[in-house]
Design a protein around this ligand. Sequence first.
Ligand code: PGA
Length: 238
Amino acid sequence: MIVAANLKTNLTRAQSDSYIKELGKFLDQKSITQDVFVFPATSSLNSHATKINVGAQNAYPAECGAFTGEIGLVHLSEFGIKTILIGHSERRHILGETQDEIAKKYEFYKSHGFQIIYCIGEPLEVRQAGNAALMEYLSAQYDGIDTSYEKLIIAYEPVWAIGTGLTPTLEDIESLHAALKEKSTAPLLYGGSVKVSNAKEVMALRSVDGVLVGSAALYREHFETMISYAQELEQEKQ
Ligand code: PGA
């Protein structure tokens, strides 16, 4: 199971370092065998001797150059970072990244062998427009994306569920994930208001391979509880 924390524009470098260090201790103490990812803010990136997969929330598709305000491959390589989040809804909808820009970023980091967590998800009006509109919208988010890339993980995160406390029903998550699994065999995470109280039932769904957690992961103990649930679920399956 994959359990990922998107720390967004929170936690300074010192706070992120301590978060990762303490989380690493927890994973060792509990002999956790799940794949755990943490995405700190850009200026909080650092080198870590840890089995946690620390990734970047964003970077420009270039090694370096004249891209004011952006960071490139060299800035990730400095810290040994080989994982990146691409297509997050906040980058699509708040920062205005287009599918074309996202696809370029995807190709660039794929060509450098990065593990990519690629996010897709629809706004509320699309969800309300019915299943055909929903699938059409989500399909367009696969444009220019090599869905057979072996280091791809997809995260389905409905925009209206992110940071709102709202989530689709378990039945809706399962049926949508099952439909998305037909588009790509990459592991498929659910994200959007995942918290301690719903993480286990979401991760227990057949077509869910893990979760991408924002707000609730800012409480390290909550994130650890969700990791423990993932571990329990895997053990129950065996
Ligand atoms: P949330 O965010 O858990 O706060 O809804 C999830 C995400 O944006 O990845």
